[in-house]
Design a binder for this molecule. Structure first.
Ligand code: HEC
Ligand code: HEC
Ligand SMILES: [Cu+2]
Length: 424
């Protein structure tokens, strides 16, 4: 595959120029030195120049000046073009003029997160736009290096530190991403690709519901942003000031009512009270007096619209496209969390056991230093993901698989388990 031999980023010309300048100067110096050496070997060969004729010349000013001045100029040229290309690469556009993508490099996969929260295991970007990568690795991971040869772009990815890289690509296509820092066993498998597409195609991919969704925005959704609920509540599962309202309808919650803890189901009545009289029931883990009361601010009718909207995130309530998008795909989770860097789907042993046929399989594991035989079920898979070091599969090592506690939530783990069941 020769795609990428030609540089496709705006600064590729600068980098390529520096490359050629350095190489041509090196070639020139090579020819001059080796040429002179061969010439002298021939000219002063022993048969024509008996050793007793040899003279010891101590000084020859002209040649000393030449071999000082010429290399100085050549190095000056190398320095100039080196600095020039480095400047082109490292002068970052502002965040506001760029599409910022978060990159996580971990053993042994690349993960990308876009401005709207979408995640992927390859990088999708529009052509002719500034792209800025903010990269890091998990704190318990090792050094990696993000490298796209076709872009002439490379930067270290360091645990616990954010490094940046930018580019602006002028040619659509698919280009390789490599890890350029040796990072252990599966280093060579730590590759992915960048897909450079038209802006429209990029937008469609990033947010498939744009356009379709805009006109069907429900009354409840409008009220939700109008009354600034969005500032404290997400609809995608992230906890802001208040709990996320995604998928909460008819689910249990622990609340404190009149300083007494109780568990209740979030039905219409509960939601109505939660909106109009927020301090009556305080959701566990949150503080009272944070949410303003909306009594006399929001009419009963509008409260019903809001409730409908909150329900809509749990039920298929004329919000079909939304629902589709919120469905968690176990397959994507497995791809986006680096699991397939260590677990194969085809039965081959990689760093960890293969996922093929994992569900229901009989396995020997070590728990508390004693070997036991178990059948892989939901509970076991869940604890393998959350506490990988509690039970170690025979033939494998502890301390290799990272824990996904606080990274994957219960719903996501369930989706992964459902997906694993299908890999036969
Ligand atoms: C200033 C931040 C803030 C704003 C604005 C806000 N809330 Fe809240 N909300 C909270 C906090 C904090 C909690 C959790 C404590 C509690 O139960 O009161 C909460 C709890 C809730 C709950 C219960 C959630 C659960 O998990 O059971 C619902 C429903 C809710 N809010 C709806 C709304 C709606 C609808 C709006 C807009 C009309 C809104 N909130 C505006 C902060 C806010
Ligand atoms: C850095 C490599 C690595 C990553 C990343 C990783 N694992 Fe593992 N995993 C291992 C190793 C090694 C074992 C075997 C040792 C053990 O039991 O902890 C294992 C064991 C398991 C087991 C038990 C397997 C069995 O046959 O009993 C499951 C299930 C599992 N991993 C799921 C996952 C999931 C899901 C992810 C992604 C969210 C993941 N792993 C990410 C290395 C990894
Ligand atoms: Cu790496």
């Amino acid at each position: 595959m020769l795609e990428g031999m030609e540089g496709v980023s705006t600064y590729a010309v600068d980098v390529d120029r520096a490359f050629w300048v350095v190489n041509l100067i090196t070639l020139f110096l090579f020819i001059v030195t080796i040429g002179a050496m061969l010439y002298f070997v021939y000219k002063y060969r022993a048969s024509k120049n008996p050793p007793e004729n040899a003279k010891n010349i101590e000084h020859y000013t002209p040649i000393e000046i030449i071999w000082t001045v010429v290399p100085t100029i050549l190095l000056g040229i190398v320095f100039y073009y080196g600095l020039d290309s480095l400047r082109a690469q490292r002068t970052m556009p502002k965040d506001t003029d760029s599409i910022v993508v978060k990159v996580i490099g971990q053993r042994w996969s690349w993960n990308f997160e876009y401005e709207n929260g979408k995640k992927s295991s390859f990088l999708m970007i529009p052509v002719n736009k500034n792209i800025k990568l903010k990269m890091t690795a998990p704190v318990n991971d090792v050094l990696h290096s993000f490298y796209v040869p076709a872009f002439r772009a490379k930067e270290d990815v360091v645990p616990g530190q954010i490094t940046q890289l930018w580019f602006n690509i002028n040619k659509k296509g698919k280009y390789d991403i490599e890890c350029a820092e040796y990072c252990g066993m599966r280093h060579s498998y730590m590759h992915s690709y960048v897909e450079v597409v038209d802006e429209d195609k990029y937008k469609d991919w990033l947010d498939p519901k744009v356009g379709k969704q805009e006109d069907t925005k429900s009354k409840g959704e409008e009220l939700f942003s109008q009354h600034a609920c969005v500032g404290c509540h997400s609809m995608d599962g992230t906890v802001l000031v208040g709990p996320s309202l995604k998928d909460i309808y008819n689910k249990k919650v622990t609340v404190t009512t009149d300083s007494e803890k109780r568990e209740i189901i979030r039905d219409d009545n509960y939601l109505k009270t939660a909106i109009l009289d927020a301090n009556k029931d305080i959701v566990e883990g949150f503080n009272p007096d944070m949410m303003p009361t909306f009594k006399d601010v929001i009419s009963d009718e509008d409260v019903n619209e809001l409730i409908k909207y909150i329900k809509g995130t749990a039920e298929n309530n004329n919000q079909a496209p939304k629902k589709e998008e919120n469905k968690i795909s176990g397959k994507e989770l497995v791809q986006n969390n680096g699991c397939i860097g260590c677990h194969s789907l085809d039965g081959s042993k990689v760093v960890g056991p293969s996922f093929k046929g994992i569900y229901g399989r009989i396995e020997k594991i070590t728990i508390n230093n004693s070997l036991k035989e178990i059948i892989v079920d939901d509970e076991y898979i869940k604890s393998s993901i959350l506490k990988p070091n509690d039970a170690i599969v025979e033939g494998y090592y502890a301390g290799v698989m990272p824990s996904f506690e606080n990274i994957l939530n219960d719903d996501e783990i369930k989706a992964i388990i459902d997906y694993l069941k299908t890999i036969k």
